[in-house]
Design a protein around this ligand. Structure first.
Ligand code: PAF
Length: 283
């Protein structure tokens, strides 16, 4: 069932009293990565809602909000095939009201702590995680799920959403699901659609670097500077590196040396497309 309206969603939700409800929040352009979240939600819950909303307030002024792929018919087809109960696809007006200037002058925002935001993607995407947390909390309030499913690909997002849920006592359990990759190793992303075939090959350097760091760690190298340095030799002029970090996977804290709880995270531009990827050094 496709719903665009918050009231209709709430009405339906009332009929699910006593059932376990799962939410998979997405911006649409669904791919196998999203489908893995939906499958996990179907396994875990009695009813599953997938939200499809390209959230304007998490995009910066020079980012790809206008050209972000919007493929609702195809998304509906995929969701129906997976047995999703409701696809919730509100308009920006439905979510944020008419005439709202979509800024924190006029709208209540959820602002996650600076410590979690002032690094990795948050460093260059000012306000991005305020926009993410605001829309995710709104979706939690609208759908009132027992479980919500997020991909490890957006590792910083998952850590920040978990922190928000804990700090604000939101009654939902966050389930993190593994990254889904193409056979080549490229992590699936809706933004891969922007890449040429050549660009997709150049993008393999991201997973190549991460796998190499993991292999070096598992051979006994724990010095973070050395682990990062091995990566730089993989880069060519085709990849514009934004960051490469090795941090604690749960807290995103810097570590003295890598350990079994470390995560390596990378962001690069390839053909102007911003790509991110990450890997746990153990497990
Ligand atoms: O990961 C995404 O697709 C988005 O950031 C999310 C969680 C759906 C919020 O708009």
């Amino acid at each position: 069932m496709l719903l665009h309206n918050i009231e209709e969603l709430r009405k339906q939700r009332k009929e699910w009293q006593g059932l376990k409800v799962g939410l998979v929040p997405t911006m649409g352009a669904l791919h196998e990565g999203h489908l893995s979240l939906i499958k996990k939600a179907k396994e875990t819950c009695d009813r599953v809602v997938v939200s499809v909303f390209v959230n304007p307030i998490q995009f910066g002024p020079s980012e790809d909000f206008d050209k972000y792929p919007r493929t609702l018919d195809k998304d509906m087809e995929l969701c129906n095939k997976e047995g999703v109960d409701i696809v919730f696809a509100p308009s920006p007006k439905e979510m944020y009201g008419e005439g709202s200037r979509l800024s924190n002058d006029t709208l209540t925002y959820v602002c996650p702590p600076f410590f979690y935001v002032n690094k990795l993607c948050g460093k260059t995407r000012t306000g991005h995680f305020d926009g993410v947390c605001t829309v995710v909390l709104k979706l939690f309030n609208i759908v009132q799920p027992d479980y919500a499913f997020f991909g490890q690909k957006d590792a910083q997002q998952v850590v920040i959403v978990k922190k928000m849920v804990k700090d604000l006592n939101v009654p939902v359990e966050i389930i993190q699901c593994p990254i889904v990759r193409e056979e080549s190793g490229l992590a699936l992303s809706s933004r891969n659609k922007y890449l040429s075939e050549e660009g997709k090959k150049d993008a393999l350097v991201l997973s190549g670097i991460l796998n190499n760091i993991k292999a070096c760690y598992n051979r006994g190298i724990t010095d973070i500077k050395s682990l990062k340095e091995t990566a730089y030799s993989f880069l060519t002029e085709k990849q514009d590196l934004e960051y490469l970090e090795i941090l604690d996977r749960d807290t995103l804290e810097e570590q003295e040396s890598a350990d079994d709880n470390s995560i390596a995270l990378i962001a690069c531009r390839v053909e102007g497309v911003r790509l991110i990827d990450n890997i746990y050094l153990k497990g």
